[in-house]
Write a protein that binds this ligand. Structure first.
Ligand code: CUA
Length: 177
């Protein structure tokens, strides 16, 4: 019979045995290693963003994106412009509720600088089926150096909840041989 008045049955108040102490030491050492890895990874890790982050404002970024579209547009797909910029170009992709604009047509093996920003609220840039993941924040221009290394039809998926249309917020990057 258990009640709040009787003490619980168990051995947890007895001192830890030698095996348990060994495991506590192992996990403590492992915690310290993981802790040291965080700053180490920050300076030495290959996962750090390759580009630059700068300030912008939503209007200015939209104007820059519009200019980019005007310069290199080759078509339209479901109302979204399709652009094919030359190798080495600065690419501008704007996130807004709930679309990515424009659709990019890139060449495999060519390098570009991909600028990401948002027109309204926070969105998340993830590229399927690759493992890329960035916050897209209004007021910040996130420039990433990218060199597509395989051809195909990549999908941009918003991974930051941004309202009722979040689940339908997909974009496209086409990489050609
Ligand atoms: Cu944009 Cu979720």
């Amino acid at each position: 019979m258990h009640s709040g008045l009787t003490p619980p049955q168990g051995v947890w108040w007895k001192p830890a045995g030698s095996q348990e102490k060994t495991w506590i030491r192992i996990s403590f050492v492992w915690c310290m290693i993981m802790f040291a890895i965080m700053p180490l990874w920050h300076w030495k890790g290959g996962q750090n963003p390759s580009g630059i982050r700068g300030r912008t404002n939503p209007r200015a970024f939209r104007e820059r994106t519009d200019r980019f579209i005007k310069d290199y547009q080759v078509g339209v797909e479901k109302g979204i412009p399709v652009v094919a910029p030359p190798a080495g170009a600065d690419l501008y992709v704007e996130a807004s509720m709930w679309m990515w604009r424009p659709i990019l047509k890139l060449k495999k093996g060519s390098s570009y600088v991909l600028h990401l920003s948002s027109f309204d609220i926070n969105h998340g840039f993830s590229l399927y089926p690759m493992n890329i993941n960035f916050q897209v924040v209004p007021g910040y221009d996130y420039g990433l150096k990218v060199t597509p290394n395989r051809s195909g039809d990549l999908r941009i998926i918003c991974n930051e909840f941004c309202g009722v249309g979040h689940h339908s917020m997909t974009g496209k990057i086409l990489v050609e041989e």
